[in-house]
Design a binder for this molecule. Structure first.
Ligand code: NAD
Length: 282
């Protein structure tokens, strides 16, 4: 794929955040969201911008990123695009430097970019598949946090959110590498939360169930996939906006005493196995 010049797309960005203090839950804040060119990341970028944040939309794919920026600007918000491969240390470092250059600070880092893959039994899994899942899904969270935390310490605080998955909490046959890469995010979240709890940096992750996004559609072979829908007690799939609302809670002062948590957004999937209910008595 041809790489765009790795320079933030300025769009109609107005970098002054003055006068925005009373305009939403994230007024005056600067958010950096990876994987924001699609699905959960895009829905969150749009919601954060609506709540007053200036948003750096980071993604590997420029077309999706520009579209998210356009949707934010059309709604009157502030956004800029940065092309990044979140598995590459030098690119993630440049991304964090860039958000500070453009907006002057970094209040919220949302490590959301991720990939899934074909379903295979572990003995049949290619080693490259394992490495790819861990590089894009887990190492990216380490890298983003590694470069953002010094900025946040310097500023006196900040918020880090990452997208894990219920696949990191319960076992799913055929999804071992993806599940393990998401479990790593939950553990990294807890360790980092403890490390920086007394530095005013709150660090949490979200664990979505099955959410209707291009990732879900592209990575699912309809004839050979786990029965995700049946696994959810609510018997429907989730929408990206339903994850974005929890991310907003974690990004805002509404969650001021919350750190080190893995917030489950799964329609009841991991609450148990809703196969049996008692007959009504009396
Ligand atoms: N959709 C679900 O059911 C579901 C469930 C649990 C967790 N998740 C997680 O949610 C996150 C977002 O997924 P989504 O469902 O919105 O998928 P999506 O495919 O709609 O969006 C993912 C985005 O990440 C970007 N991306 C992929 N690799 C990248 C890289 N190396 N560098 C930078 N950007 C990259 C893609 O270009 C895309 O825009 C992922 O971490 C995914 O694992 C999704």
């Amino acid at each position: 794929m041809a790489r765009a010049v790795n320079r933030p797309y300025m769009g109609k960005v107005h970098v002054s955040l003055e006068g925005k203090e009373n305009m939403g839950k994230l007024a005056g804040k600067v958010a950096l969201i990876t994987g924001a060119g699609s699905g959960i990341g895009r829905a969150t970028a749009i919601l954060f911008a609506r709540e007053g944040a200036a948003v750096m939309v980071a993604d590997l794919v420029p077309e999706g990123g520009y579209e998210t920026v356009k949707q934010i600007e059309d709604a009157g918000g502030q956004a800029t695009f940065f092309q990044v491969d979140v598995s590459k240390s030098s690119e993630v470092e440049r991304m964090v430097k860039s958000v500070v250059n453009v907006f002057g600070r970094l209040d919220i880092l949302y490590n959301n970019a991720g990939v899934q893959g074909g379903y295979a039994m572990t003995a049949d899994m290619a080693e490259e598949h394992w490495d790819k899942m861990f590089a894009i899904n887990s190492k990216s969270v380490f890298l983003g946090s590694k470069y953002a935390i010094p900025v946040m310490l310097e500023q006196g605080g900040g918020i880090i959110i990452s997208t894990a998955s219920v696949a990191g909490m319960i076992g799913t046959p055929g999804v071992a590498a993806y599940g393990a890469s998401k479990a790593a995010i939950i553990q990294l979240t807890k360790a980092m939360a403890l490390e920086y709890a007394d530095s005013n940096i709150r660090i949490n992750c979200v664990c979505p169930g099955t959410i209707v996004t291009p990732l879900m559609a592209a990575s699912s072979d309809p004839d050979n996939r786990p029965p995700f829908r049946q696994a959810q007690a609510m018997k429907r799939l989730g929408q990206p906006e339903e994850v974005a609302k929890v991310a907003l809670y974690l990004a805002s002062d509404d969650s001021s005493f919350v750190t080190g948590t893995a917030a489950v957004i799964d329609g009841g999937w991991t609450a148990g196995i809703p196969k049996w209910k008692p007959e009504k008595q009396g």
